[in-house]
Design a protein around this ligand. Structure first.
Ligand code: GFB
Length: 356
């Protein structure tokens, strides 16, 4: 495979040093992903896993392993061991997770902690044990302290208290990062951790209560438009700020990182720009074409006041997102309408659990 030219970093000296330190591994891992290598996408039916599978297929990878939930329950250690022993994946994208929006996290913390701890423990251990060449673990921007300095640098991890609505999920994801570091330190296992910002796109969970804000509101505005309702209810104060990344950009960043990033330190993935929830709501209303009013329900939680990632480490490696928020929302709404017309996607799971 042809090697892309290495970008010239333009960032602080410490990042330059880190980049140079790992450039040797970068060369090795780039050259070492043959198109017929067995690649396991854990959670291939979820938002992230399905985007990753599309991306890998588009890049010409021919041996993508996507066992169904019936074949492989990632919370079951024996099933995970059996899968790795028999299918022998060489690269693993660990996108399987129990995920959900602010209310789902708030109401089901035990499920979010248990499932995500088990999935990370089983998959990282089996990957090392059965000779995976490289594993990419996906965390979340909610691992950072609730009041972290903005934009949030990777160094902010474990420097303060977490946002209570999703602390159980966040702790499970932090455990995954630590597992990757531990297997790397003790066994020399090439595992990396990526921390994506809030994601959206095709394949998302559009459940009215348990989804994240973008799919939840696309659906609510759509249904209000169809039913000619006078207003739509949105949650909280509208004042929190969030950063959003289209999942196809994330998938691109994942493959980029699998090829070029090899460090125990987590890597933030985002666009580095945020907006208020009130601004997002206005944009979604416009995209859907709803003409009625917007009402706010202050009894619903706001969550973290602001969550925008510092993406200078990622940019120093030469990666940038391509999909602007407005265009991404329009494409996602189109996808939702197409799905809503053909399947019962809108009545899907109470909160997305992928890879189980
Ligand atoms: O997307 P969301 O659930 O995730 O909510 P978080 C973002 C903001 O949108 C919150 C507001 O301030 C919500 O109150 N919001 C307004 C709504 N209307 C709605 C609505 O109809 N649905 C939803 N869901 N929100 C999650 C974490 O936090 O972020 C997860 O709980 C995960 O653990 C994810 O990591 C990335 O950004 O607040």
């Amino acid at each position: 495979m042809a090697m892309p030219a290495q970008p010239v970093p333009s960032h602080p000296p410490s990042l330059v040093a880190m980049h140079e330190l790992h450039s040797v591994r970068y060369v090795a891992s780039t050259a070492a992903i043959p198109l017929d290598a067995p690649i396991y996408v854990a959670g291939h039916r979820g938002l992230v896993g399905s985007a990753l599978t599309r991306k890998l297929q588009a890049e010409g990878f021919q041996n993508i392993l996507t066992p169904s939930r019936h074949e492989l329950d990632l919370t079951n250690a024996q099933e995970v061991e059996h899968f790795f022993a028999t299918r022998q994946p060489k690269y693993v994208f660990l996108a399987a997770a129990k995920v959900g929006g602010i209310l789902a996290n708030h109401h089901c913390p035990a499920d979010f902690a248990r499932d995500n701890l088990l999935i990370a423990t089983h998959v990282i251990h089996a990957s090392w044990k059965y000779g995976v060449r490289k594993l990419l673990f996906l965390g979340s921007s909610c691992i950072y302290p609730k009041f972290a300095e903005q934009p949030i640098r990777e160094e902010a991890l474990m420097t303060g208290a977490l946002e209570p609505t999703n602390s159980a999920y966040a702790v499970a994801k932090i455990a995954g990062i630590e597992l990757c570091k531990a297997y790397r330190r003790q066994h020399g296992f090439a595992s990396i951790s990526l921390m994506p910002t809030n994601l959206y796109g095709p394949g998302d969970n559009f459940h009215p209560e348990h989804s994240h804000v973008i799919p939840g509101l696309l659906r609510r505005f759509h249904e209000a438009k169809v039913a000619r309702k006078p207003s739509v209810c949105t949650w909280g104060s509208g004042q929190p700020r969030r950063e959003f990344l289209h999942v196809d950009d994330l998938a691109d960043a994942c493959l980029f990182a699998m090829r070029r990033y090899d460090s125990p330190e987590p890597l933030n993935i985002g666009c580095g720009e945020d907006l208020t929830i009130a601004e997002l709501v206005e944009t979604i209303r416009d995209v859907v074409g709803f003409k009625g009013n917007i009402a706010w329900d202050p009894s619903k939680p706001d969550g973290t006041p602001r969550k925008v990632l510092d993406v200078s480490r990622l940019q120093s490696l030469g990666w940038k997102p391509r999909i602007k928020l407005r265009a991404g929302l329009e494409a996602t709404y189109d996808w939702y309408c197409a799905q809503a017309g053909t399947t019962d996607n809108r009545e899907a799971t109470k909160s997305e659990t992928v890879g189980k």
